[in-house]
Write a protein that binds this ligand. Sequence first.
Ligand code: F6P
Length: 547
Amino acid sequence: MPLVNELPQWQALQQHWETLRLQHLRALFAADPRRAERMSIQAAGLYLDYSKNLITPDTLDLLLALAEAVDLRGWIERMFQGEPINNTEGRAVLHIALRNRSNHPILVEGCDVMPKVNRVLGQMESFVNRVRSGDWRGYTGERITDVVNIGIGGSNLGPKMVCTALTPYQSEALRVHFVSNIDAAHLVETLRHLDPARTLFIVASKTFTTQETLTNAHSARDWLVAALGDPKAVARHFVAVSTNAERVAAFGIDTANMFVFWDWVGGRYSLWSAIGLPIALSVGFERFSELLAGAHAMDEHFRTAPLAENMPVLMGLIGIWYINFAGARTQTVLPYDQSLRYLPAYLQQGDMESNGKGVTRDGTPVAYSTGPVVWGEPGTDGQHAFYQLIHQGTQLIPADFIGAIHSHYALGDHHPKLMANLFAQTEALMRGRTYDEALAELLASGMDEAHARFLAPHRTFPGNRPTNTLLMERLTPHTLGALIALYEHRIFTQGVIWGINSFDQWGVELGKQLAGVILDEIRQGKTTADHDPSTRLLVERFIQQRR
Ligand SMILES: O=P(O)(O)OC[C@H]1O[C@](O)(CO)[C@@H](O)[C@@H]1O
């Protein structure tokens, strides 16, 4: 297989950039008064305006030709058909099956996965109803009031992000907490305010081997048993979510209290599985089903819409344009919604663990950039922190702005002000302000000419800074599901273009292995392994200073 940058479609895009880089978005808008209408699309309750991107219809044609050349359509089909497209682990990639609300059969090695998906959903529903109704009680007969999810990476970020995003739908009678970091501070600070008799722990780990999660789970169990005075209490206060029944049993959790998922669900794509249990506990199973339905609607759009009218495909290709042709190194995500404050962190894992790869599916080193650094903060906080660099800095930073027409919080005119800021930022980033405009403004304010000429360059904005704007009617479980699925499929689209496997994560292994070696050394009180001098000195310093 040739590398994608050897294809003529890639080279055509390189040439196209050489002409487009000289254009300004102001001119593109002036040349086509209908540009905003033409370059916007609706799907699954989301509206995307992608007209403020440094693209023309020719750019899109060339990007779509590249997508055809790498058989994007075929790869989408292979994913939906349950083929083992995670080729380094020999696994299908079927988070789409977890939210397949139309319930059509999806086969993995000839076997329909839908019956087992539905069985676990049924198990989740009845457990959720029991806990929320007070039928499931703690060991001493108390009602459960607090749920602590112990998990990390995909077993934390997705449920935490969604629970926070759906705060307006949360039950007040059941608070959900998340503990991920192995730093004792995380667990201790969380448990400090909780009553063991009323606390339910969910130990969430796909592999059930993750050091952080198991360490936190053991400490949580000790806390519970010490408080309630009987190891039998564990059965009423601990449930597990995992693919690994043996290890769950070895930990001491009755497998009757276990919710399974499968190796064809990637950790960072798992919030739709039983990993979503804290979500369902927090907002109820019906709302959790609406989240799945929203994602399913986006899946159907992704699978069936022509590439040129396909929201995840367009967002993915426009991202490729910036990363591979315009030299962008990062992608920022800016939700104008406080409840979406964990979305950037969630997408960091989603995107960077998926597409932070340096070799193609067959192991050939790539000769082009792959996944960008993903980052962001909710608006308007970000405006008062890092937007300066986006507006006037020397880097090209494509930005996604996300907002809702209606807020859940009808407080004065907060929401119109919030959204006015969103729209204004995208306008400012696109238009900028020329030197002449800056100068004229300063002179009009009465400033003397010398000072105005001194200040004008500082008050000039180059503009031409690209943005997507994503709007939804309201942030509901349905629109949130669609939004997350949109980003999942955008990541997949980009991975296909780069020819990489977006569904493994070997890059996290080496550090884990070395940590195991160093932990043994710390326990023994001396270094024995063949470390580099810096690491050896650091570890020895740590050992000595703790004596
Ligand atoms: O759910 P697990 O198996 O505990 O893994 C947690 C996380 O660790 C990783 O493997 C990375 O270290 C992620 O891919 C995963 O989401």
